[in-house]
Design a protein around this ligand. Structure first.
Ligand SMILES: Cc1cc2nc3c(=O)[nH]c(=O)nc-3n(C[C@H](O)[C@H](O)[C@H](O)COP(=O)(O)O)c2cc1C
Length: 167
């Protein structure tokens, strides 16, 4: 049986939901999948491959994901790994938005130059304007989170990763 760990960082639960859905898509009779956070204890030797995900905030990968990747880069230099990143920039999937998203991610990738991810998935998350600009609440408006998650796209990406990571 092949074993994959999906390891995520998430502040408001979007990347967590996406990590779990990727896990549900990958899991089958021949593939054991565990979903963990970057703060959990992980037995890296146990797994054949990894998928690591984080949201971006204030134009950066979450610090805990960046720290995790830097700390354990020696593992991901040697075992197959794919990344996924969540940001509202991806509410439209255009080449320009992908480039913009990669500008947020590249500083993290530069800190782990010998890690060659098999793939990098870029997905939209949820935007809650009042979390970014809390003062808007002063105007008495109700919270208006907008959900841009595209589950079909996420599941399709997950299916492709299984083939790429375990071949
Ligand atoms: C304070 C704050 C800053 C954010 N900054 C960015 C950003 O720079 N780029 C982006 O694409 N999305 C940004 N977002 C959107 C988040 O990536 C999005 O809400 C995502 O769903 C959060 O995922 P999480 O709950 O897993 O952390 C920001 C959200 C918040 C609340």
């Amino acid at each position: 049986m092949k074993k994959i760990a999906i390891i995520y960082a998430s502040r408001t639960g979007t990347s967590e939901m996406i990590a779990k859905e990727i896990g549900n898509t990958l899991r089958d009779a021949n593939t054991k999948v565990d979903v963990k956070t970057v703060l959990d204890d992980i037995d890296f030797d146990y797994y054949d491959a990894f998928i690591i995900g984080s949201s971006v905030r204030l134009m950066k990968v979450l610090g805990e994901a960046d720290g995790f990747l830097t700390k354990y880069k020696h593992i991901f230099e040697q075992k197959p790994v794919s990344f996924f990143f969540i940001g509202i920039t991806m509410d439209k999937d255009t080449p320009q938005r992908r480039d913009r998203m990669m500008e947020f991610i590249n500083p993290t990738l530069k800190r782990i130059p010998l890690v060659s991810p098999i793939d990098i998935g870029l997905f939209a998350g949820i935007i809650n304007i009042y979390k970014i600009f809390p003062f808007l609440k002063l105007f008495g408006l109700k919270e208006a989170p907008k959900d841009y998650k595209d589950w079909d796209k996420i599941r399709e990406w997950a299916r492709i990763q299984k083939k790429l990571l375990l071949r």
